[in-house]
Design a protein around this ligand. Structure first.
Ligand code: IPE
Ligand code: IPE
Ligand code: MG
Length: 269
């Protein structure tokens, strides 16, 4: 079954293969794509939706299990009101037009982020879309909307404190696993591959906690131009990386893994 969370990569070395199980993407460059063509920014966002569809198709074809897309950050409210409202309308339209299609493709749709800031109609569509596709066992497509990595960590800490009131008097009992299982994407393994299009080399408050050991890939291509070919290039680059998780190259080649009692920062020699 998809959705069982795995231990953090800092506690146990995860199993990895040539195809990333989880790809997380900052879809950047829509505005510049449009500007280059003397079009309004929203034209770039619309083409960005086509690029999302192409990327989802490519992930399904390559048997990627989890795809996470950053659609709207907690800082994107700072944009001009007109652009924010157009982005909300676009999100709403896509939910209305695409959820049935996703369902037919056995795709499970998840939305992460503080959706309480959205209008009622959008909140309702989000919850219906998640309910309709909840039992699907193919690709898990997560859309991060009004999402911020710091918000996620704080929210997980708050939940952890409520579940374990003893932590206020015994903070030494606070463990990574207690926090990570309360993160909004606890149902997914940590991303194997992070992609950012649009030429910027920054994380912009995306999934901060789970990127600890993720392979990073940056491309100058604007998001509307990325498509299946861009994804193929990113996966090819991923396949040339050696994921060591703290071990030496020799250990990796000998396939040495470690039980959890040998990892962590408290070991003494
Ligand atoms: C990413 O493209 C989409 C969102 C943030 C919603 P941008 O709109 O950031 O495009 P640029 O960076 O201005 O080109
Ligand atoms: C990050 O892109 C957020 C999304 C793609 C949704 P931005 O374009 O908002 O990032 P900054 O502001 O350039 O860092
Ligand atoms: Mg941008």
């Amino acid at each position: 079954m998809t959705g069982t969370s795995s231990p953090p990569s800092t506690i146990m070395v995860p199993e990895t293969g040539p195809i990333p199980k989880h790809i997380a993407i900052i879809m950047d460059g829509n505005g510049r794509w449009a500007k280059k063509r003397l079009l309004p920014r929203v034209a770039g966002h619309k083409r960005g939706v086509d690029a999302v569809r192409a990327c989802v198709r490519a992930c399904v074809e390559r048997d990627v299990k989890f795809l996470t897309l950053f659609a709207f950050s907690s800082e994107n409210w700072r944009r001009p009101a007109e652009e924010v409202s157009l982005l909300m309308k676009l999100f709403l339209n896509v939910l209305e037009s695409d959820v049935e299609k996703l369902h037919r493709q056995n795709i499970r749709l998840k939305i992460i982020g503080d959706i309480s800031a959205f209008n009622e109609q959008l909140q309702l569509l989000i919850s219906q879309a998640q309910d309709i596709t909840a039992g699907n066992t193919g690709l898990t497509l997560t859309i991060a909307a009004n999402y911020g990595g710091r918000w996620d960590i704080l929210d997980a800490m708050r939940k952890t404190l409520i579940q374990h009131p003893e932590l206020t008097t015994h903070p030494e009992l606070l463990k990574e696993e207690l926090v990570s299982k309360n993160l909004s994407m606890a149902y997914a393994p940590e991303p194997d591959l992070f992609i950012r299009t649009g030429g910027e080399q920054r994380i912009s408050n995306f999934v901060l906690w789970q990127l600890a050991y993720t392979e990073l890939y940056f491309t100058d291509k604007f998001w509307p131009d990325f498509g299946g070919l861009g994804l193929a290039d990113a996966i090819a680059s991923y396949q040339n990386r050696e994921r060591r998780f703290g071990r030496t190259s020799e250990q990796v080649q000998n396939h040495e893994t470690f039980p959890s009692f040998l990892t962590g920062s408290t070991k003494q020699c």
